[in-house]
Design a protein around this ligand. Structure first.
Ligand code: SF4
Length: 390
């Protein structure tokens, strides 16, 4: 029977054992058509969701794309841009060859050139610069450095220091806040198992990795998790939140510090985690050199040092209701070690001192010990597959 499907939950897919030869009726002629189903990736955003390319056995053309149920991130679900990948395959305006400018810059005149010519021309220019010792005239700019360090090694081997990517501009604030805590520059929240999910604009779920993440946030909600969103806009995610706050841009750190002070004041600090993982002795030595060097004294002093970050203080700075901030603090306290938090770009990138927003947000994870726990927030490198060089 053409078009046999396997049902997984609310979705259905051709069974994987049929992927080498899967028959489906042509939607127009209703004649059976034979496909190979080839797993591939959508690259219309950085989620990199899985797709299955339906390749026609007859002429090896790609007829359509559907979700790949075996992909661990997207699990067969895609947004509309995934199946629309077929338009890119057949777009008559796609660029098929390298092009070299032949007219004035900006005149839009190009000629096609071969890859051999490209490599000779650009490689030759780089080589001459290196031989002449003009390393500072070579700059490598990449949109997204997804090769995990390989290009950096090449540049270092050349003695070139000119590696840039858009990430240096838009996410360095967020990364700095996290790096100061743990050496890793990104968080990886375990949404599916969280009790409280705290998201700060512009978090990935508003549009960056939204498909795989949104699925897991909705799973958590079904299991009773609460979602809090701080975002100027009533974004798609904010519209699903139990608590939405729209703070004055750049004031978010004040809110998080008020929540931190609440946690300390009310004994919601995970002492075991803090004692093991935080440099509390250095804190005391630097800020309270005359105090006894023990953990309980550290907690007392820390609580005193942060006491002035009250809900009223944060409400005044952030232009939001103090009661809402207290509500957030209670949600964070209730999560314990299952607090999944996230921020990316926006607030951390668009404001002076924005890196402190990421830093103060992760402070809440540190205080509650929700780091590397089920439902907590992980250093991203722990969950990321990175191929190691020999
Ligand atoms: S979320 Fe949509 S555009 Fe992004 S990778 Fe997945 S299917 Fe493609």
């Amino acid at each position: 029977m053409p078009g046999q499907r396997t049902r997984w939950g609310l979705t259905n897919f051709p069974p994987p054992e049929d992927w080498d030869r899967h028959a489906q009726n042509d939607p127009k002629t209703r004649e059976p058509r034979d496909y190979m189903l080839i797993p591939t990736i959508c690259f219309n955003c950085e989620s990199s969701c899985g797709l299955l390319a339906y390749v026609d056995h007859e002429d090896l053309s790609i007829r359509k794309f559907e979700g790949n149920p075996a992909h661990p991130g997207s699990r067969g679900r895609n947004c509309a841009k995934g199946p629309a990948t077929v338009n890119q395959i057949t777009d008559p305006e796609r660029i098929l060859h390298p092009l070299r400018r032949v007219g004035e810059r900006g005149s839009g005149q190009f000629e096609p050139v071969s890859w051999d010519e490209v490599l000779r021309d650009i490689g030759g220019r780089i080589r001459r610069a290196i031989i002449d010792g003009r390393m500072d005239e070579v700059m490598y700019h990449v949109g997204r450095p997804g090769e995990d360090g390989f290009a950096e090694r090449v540049l270092q081997a050349w003695g070139v220091d000119g590696h840039n990517s858009h990430t240096n501009v838009c996410s360095s604030g967020g990364r700095t806040g996290y790096t100061h805590w743990m050496g890793f520059d990104r968080p990886s929240p375990d949404y599916a198992n969280a009790k409280t999910i705290l998201l700060l604009s512009s978090h990935l779920e508003t549009g960056h990795y939204f498909n795989p993440h949104a699925q897991r946030i909705m799973e958590a909600k079904k299991n009773g998790a609460k979602v809090a969103v701080l975002d100027l806009r009533l974004s798609n995610t904010a519209s699903h939140a139990d608590l939405w706050m729209s703070p004055w841009p750049g004031s978010e750190a004040a809110i998080f510090l008020a929540v931190a002070a609440y946690l300390m004041r009310n004994g919601h600090v995970n002492k075991e985690f803090m004692e093991r993982w935080v440099n509390w002795d250095v804190y005391l030595q630097r800020l309270h050199p005359d105090a006894p060097l023990d953990f309980d004294t550290f907690l007392e002093r820390l609580t005193e040092d942060y006491a002035h970050y009250t809900f009223d203080y944060a409400a005044e700075v952030a232009h939001v209701d103090a009661a809402r901030i207290e509500e957030l603090a209670e949600m964070v306290a209730a999560a314990g070690t299952a607090l999944a938090t996230h921020t990316w770009r926006s607030a951390t990138a668009g404001n002076l001192g924005g890196w402190q927003i990421a830093r103060s947000l992760f402070f809440l994870n540190v205080l509650t010990g929700s780091v590397g726990t089920p439902g907590g927030t992980h250093p991203n490198g722990w969950d990321k597959f990175i191929a190691h060089f020999p």
